[in-house]
Design a protein around this ligand. Structure first.
Ligand code: HEC
Length: 116
């Protein structure tokens, strides 16, 4: 998608029928939009910390005790992933698939201890 957008930009600028002067303010904006795509594409890198994410975003409705309560509803890794996917949509953040898996692994290692 990124290459697609960048590829379109020169065509967009060239075909713009406005005079040179009035085009100037558009360019920094386009660059800003492109770098936004670039930085969000890089968000899936190693900077993501499942511990920080869970502590910052997942303690609003329940604390970590739901993971270890005696009758906890999640009984295997697959169910844990479903629950994390369901819950994470409620925190107003969108995670990449790999980041969901990191949160699942983190919760499994720290609380559930299911065998994979
Ligand atoms: C908007 C409120 C809300 C937020 C925010 C939220 N959860 Fe939940 N979560 C719930 C509710 C409600 C339950 C079900 C509790 C119950 O069954 O009593 C639940 C249950 C769970 C369970 C299952 C616990 C069990 O019984 O085994 C897991 C795992 C879980 N949440 C993970 C997360 C994670 C990870 C996040 C952050 C991405 C998160 N939750 C954020 C509302 C929320």
């Amino acid at each position: 998608m990124l290459t697609h957008c960048v590829g379109l930009l020169p065509a967009f600028i060239d075909s713009e029928p406005v005079k040179h002067m009035s085009m100037k303010p558009t360019k920094p904006l386009l660059i800003a939009v492109v770098s936004l795509f670039v930085s969000s594409a890089q968000a899936a890198d190693d900077d993501f910390s499942p511990k920080v994410f869970v502590e910052e975003h997942c303690t609003r409705c329940h604390d970590a005790s739901v993971y270890t309560r005696p009758n906890h509803s999640v009984n295997d890794v697959a169910a844990l992933k479903v629950q994390v996917q369901r819950c994470h949509t409620m925190v107003g953040e969108t995670l990449f698939e790999e980041e969901i898996d990191e949160v699942v692994n983190y919760l499994n290692e720290t609380h559930y201890k299911f065998k994979e």
